[in-house]
Design a protein around this ligand. Structure first.
Ligand code: HEC
Length: 147
């Protein structure tokens, strides 16, 4: 004779309630996150957007060099756009604009791009070197200000 209890275990029921709670919790979390995202204004998005557009152009320069398309018409538009976008860090991060190190980094990025526009890189090795040079200027600021 076995001495096991004969009443059926409650485990499946608890498991079901646990999974139901989990699903409801996940759905609630997604709804909250979407609501937060939906309330963001352009001001909230501007800093990251400004950075992402610069990143896109640096990336395009690398892709162009890797694909061996390094004519002035392939390269100059990216350098020009980057030069204009490099005016934006102070606008995008108003809380940092009075920090001398921040404006110095932004100024150095602008100076790098001015130099590249004054003597545009010739050939793909030049374009590759230019994108590295730009990357160094980006990184200098990130090391100090990107948390
Ligand atoms: C003068 C300072 C400065 C310069 C120069 C700078 N950045 Fe940034 N960047 C920042 C700061 C500050 C953040 C952090 C933004 C945040 O997390 O809100 C950032 C964040 C980023 C991010 C991440 C954005 C995100 O989704 O959180 C990318 C990508 C980026 N920068 C690309 C670049 C590229 C490419 C360059 C150069 C062409 C560059 N940055 C030059 C200050 C700078």
């Amino acid at each position: 004779m076995s001495s096991q209890p004969t009443s059926p275990s409650n485990a499946p029921r608890y498991l079901f309630l646990f999974l139901l709670g989990l699903v409801i919790g996940v759905i609630g979390l997604v709804m909250v996150l979407r609501a937060v995202e939906g309330r963001k204004t352009w001001q909230d998005r501007f800093p990251e957007a400004a950075m992402h557009v610069m990143e896109a152009h640096v990336q395009e320069l690398r892709v162009t060099a890797a694909a061996n398309r390094c004519n002035a018409t392939d390269v100059l538009p990216h350098l020009q756009t980057l030069r204009y976008l490099a005016n934006d860090p102070e606008l995008a991060f108003p809380e940092l604009r009075d920090d001398a190190r921040f404006t110095k980094h932004a100024g150095e990025l602008r100076a790098t791009l001015d130099g590249l526009l004054a003597t545009p890189p010739l050939g793909c090795p030049g374009v590759e070197a230019a994108s590295k040079q730009i990357g160094v200027a980006c990184k200098a600021c990130h090391q100090d200000f990107r948390g």
